[in-house]
Design a protein around this ligand. Structure first.
Ligand code: 5AD
Ligand code: FES
Length: 368
């Protein structure tokens, strides 16, 4: 059979030429954007991965040097009123034993973290009605009083603007709320009818308006996710312009409706981290626990791909296994000090340096 080349040598030459001219990594590095079609090609192939990683690392080093910022994660309640189909602590999972830390326990985690060099605490929980606004405000004020030089990050899910404002006044500076997916149809496939993408977006814009440094993000390889969903995620982030962007692979949990879906891919997660670094040179991007769970060197690979934050667990060891969003989560048997030391060594081995600093996102105006 004749090949296309034999029939149309000129056409083949044209194709080769356009392939040569197509240099998405340079275009991305220079313009900090790409048209949808170019994003689609970049996301769907491994052929640009080496160039993409190298460009992302150059950008990261130009803005942040070799610095890696620590966030001490305190998972203070695994009670959740929501029922997201992917999440292991969803309300419908009756096999998980539920816990709540007391205010004293939370403060003790902060004190331990402070002694270990943490200057940012991330208070994360399910959407737990027992932690009323008054209670959250009391906890935030207590941390603010005792650790005046620290950033306080909250990650408590969807709240009213008044609630967000109250936490901010109490002393919280940052808020993490992943949008999960910016595609309406996909959002419906991941969440029950009671949850609305519109409300999630409303929360994120409210948080920005109040003055929080905002973190958003999504899972990579969540069930039913397509390349077009990912492009919608990137476009949404371009509209939101968050200070932090957290992504990690979807990982299955047996007590969820999505138990049978495979985990997200390592290569695609790393490709997206690099892409995010080039789209958002000034963003704080964590090498997530989910990435470290997917692959033993996942977090190191994440740093090399452009991430510049790690979030070791400061929760008491006895509850770590219970905050099980997905199975086989790493670091559930380690003391905070062990994780701190382990991560510092891993970060150094990857060619970067953990620093004791609040680690605000750099702004274009005061960047090196
Ligand atoms: N796999 C990976 N990430 C998950 N998350 C929740 N469930 C899973 C899962 N099964 C992520 C969500 C959430 C964050 C706290 O954890 O993106 O926003
Ligand atoms: Fe927790 Fe390595 S980071 S043990």
């Amino acid at each position: 059979m004749e090949s296309k080349k034999d029939i149309d040598p000129a056409g083949d030459e044209r194709a080769r030429h356009s392939e040569k001219a197509f240099d998405p990594v340079n275009q991305l590095a220079q313009t900090r954007d790409l048209p949808a079609e170019a994003l689609r090609r970049l996301l769907g192939s491994d052929q640009w991965d080496a160039a993409l990683t190298a460009a992302a690392d150059r950008t990261r080093r130009a803005v942040y040097g070799d610095e890696v910022y620590l966030r001490g994660l305190i998972e203070f309640s695994n009670v959740c009123r929501n029922n997201c189909y992917y999440c292991g602590i969803r309300a419908g999972n009756q096999t998980v034993s539920r816990y709540r830390l007391t205010e004293q326990e939370i403060l003790a985690c902060c004190a331990e973290g402070y002694a270990l060099g943490f200057r940012t605490f991330v208070l994360q929980s399910g959407e737990d009605p027992a932690f009323t606004d008054a209670k959250i405000c009391r906890i935030v004020s207590a941390i603010r009083d005792r650790f005046a030089d620290c950033a306080i990050t909250l990650s408590l899910g969807e709240k009213s603007k008044e609630s967000y404002r109250a936490y901010f006044r109490a002393g919280a500076n940052r808020y993490l709320l992943r949008h999960e997916t910016a595609n309406e149809a996909h959002y419906r496939q991941l969440h029950p009818q009671t949850m609305r993408l519109f409300n999630r977006k409303r929360c994120l814009f409210d948080l920005k308006e109040i003055g929080y440094q905002v973190g958003s993000g999504f899972m990579v390889g969540s069930p039913y996710q397509t390349t077009d969903c990912l492009i919608d995620d990137l476009r949404f982030l371009q509209a939101l312009r968050p200070e932090m962007i957290g992504i990690g692979p979807y990982l299955p949990h047996k007590a969820t409706p999505f138990a049978a879906f495979p985990p997200g891919s390592l290569a695609l997660t790393l490709r997206l981290i690099s892409l995010l670094r080039l789209l958002f040179p000034y963003a704080l991007i964590p090498a997530t626990t989910a990435l470290g769970t997917l692959h033993p060197q996942g977090r190191e690979l994440g740093l090399k791909a452009g991430a510049n934050v790690v979030m070791p667990n400061l929760s008491p060891v006895r509850v770590r296994r219970l905050y099980e969003l997905y199975e086989n989560k790493i670091c559930t048997g380690e003391e905070a000090a062990q994780c701190r030391g382990c991560l510092a060594r891993r970060v150094a081995a990857a060619g970067y340096r953990v620093v004791t600093a609040v680690g605000n996102a750099k702004k274009e105006t005061n960047a090196p």
